[in-house]
Design a protein around this ligand. Structure first.
Ligand code: PAF
Length: 279
C-alpha cells in the first residue's frame, strides 16, 4: 500500500495506473461503513484509491473541524488489511494554498436540510470532491447513502459538469441495533448512545406506515416527530423530511421515490440518518 501526501505525487501515481480506478473519498476515522465502500470499490475495479482529508472548507466556524476525530495510524492499518493500493492524504495547504479562490456551488439541492442548517457546507464538500476527482481521475467513486443529501449534491455536480466518472451509492451500514455508523458516534456517551437509537426507530416507523399503505407524508412526518419528542435526550430536532429522492423537494404525498431523512441533536452531538421509500 502506497501512502501519498502531495497532489503532484498522486497525479504521477495515477498516470501509471492501468485499468479502472475505484475511489473512496473519506475524512478518516474509518469504520465499517467506509470499509464497505472500499470492499465494493475493490470488487468493481482493478485499482483502489482511498483519500483521507479532513476538509476545512466544509466545516462552519462553530463546527468541529479542530476536534474532528483523527487516527491516521489506525486508518492506515485498516486500509492495508483491505489491500488498498493507494491512500492519498493531502495537506490542507496543498489543497487550499494561499490565494485559493475557486469554489463549486451546486444550487437548489443544497438549499434545504443540511444546507439550511450548515451554510457553506456543501460548497466546501463539492469543491473538495471536485478537486479530488480532478487529481485521482477515478472511473467510479463510492459514497455512503448515510449522507443522502451529499450524494444527491455530488451526483448533480457530476451530471452538470459532465464529469467522466460513475457515482456509486452504497447502502448505510448499521450497528446491530440499527444505529447508522458514523465517525461522529464517538462523541456519544453511553446514555446518549442509547437515546441515539430514536433516529432509527423514527425511520422504522416511517417504513412501517409506508408498508401499510400510508402515503400522506405530512402524517408520517408528524408521527416520526412525536416519537422523537418522547425521547428526553433528544435536545433538538433540526428537521424531519420526506422529500423527492432526486430534487429533495418536500413531498405532500409519497408518489415517487422519496428520501426520509432526519437530523436530531442527542445531548451535544448532532446525528443524521435516512431511508429511501418507494425506490
Ligand atoms: O463524507 C465525507 O466524509 C466527506 O464529506 C467527503 C465526501 C470525503 C468530502 O470531504
Amino acid at each position: 500500500m502506497k501512502v501519498i501526501n502531495t497532489i503532484a505525487e498522486m497525479k504521477e501515481a495515477r498516470h501509471k495506473l492501468r485499468g479502472s480506478v475505484g475511489f473512496v473519498p473519506t475524512m478518516g476515522y474509518l469504520h465499517e461503513g467506509h470499509l464497505e465502500l472500499v470492499r465494493i470499490a475493490r470488487a468493481e475495479n482493478r485499482n483502489v484509491v482511498v483519500s483521507i482529508f479532513v476538509n476545512p472548507a466544509q466545516f462552519g466556524p462553530k463546527e468541529d473541524y479542530a476536534s474532528y476525530p483523527r487516527d491516521t495510524e489506525r486508518d492506515l492499518a485498516m486500509l492495508k488489511k483491505e489491500r488498498v493500493g493507494i491512500v492519498f492524504m493531502p495537506s490542507a495547504e496543498d489543497m487550499y494554498p494561499p490565494g485559493y479562490s475557486t469554489w463549486v456551488d451546486v444550487e437548489k439541492v443544497t438549499e434545504r436540510l443540511e444546507g439550511a442548517v450548515r451554510p457553506g457546507h456543501f460548497r466546501g464538500v463539492a469543491t473538495a470532491v471536485n478537486k479530488l476527482f480532478n487529481i485521482v481521475d477515478p472511473t467510479r467513486a463510492y459514497f455512503g447513502q448515510k449522507d443522502a443529501q451529499q450524494l444527491v449534491v455530488i451526483k448533480k455536480m457530476v451530471a452538470d459538469l459532465n464529469m467522466n466518472l460513475e457515482v456509486i451509492a452504497v447502502p448505510t451500514v448499521r450497528e446491530p441495533d440499527g444505529l447508522a455508523m458514523s465517525s461522529r458516534n464517538v462523541y456519544l456517551n453511553p446514555e446518549e448512545r442509547k437515546s441515539a437509537l430514536v433516529l432509527y426507530k423514527a425511520l422504522t416507523l416511517a417504513q412501517k406506515l409506508w408498508n401499510k399503505g400510508e402515503t400522506n407524508a405530512g402524517l408520517i412526518r408528524k408521527e416520526m416527530s412525536s416519537l422523537i419528542q418522547r425521547e428526553p435526550r433528544a435536545a433538538r430536532i433540526d428537521y424531519v423530511s420526506i422529500a423527492d429522492a432526486e430534487t429533495l423537494e418536500e413531498l405532500a404525498r409519497i408518489d415517487r421515490p422519496a428520501v426520509v431523512s432526519l437530523a436530531v441533536k442527542i445531548g451535544k452531538p448532532r446525528l443524521i440518518d435516512n431511508i429511501i421509500l418507494g425506490a
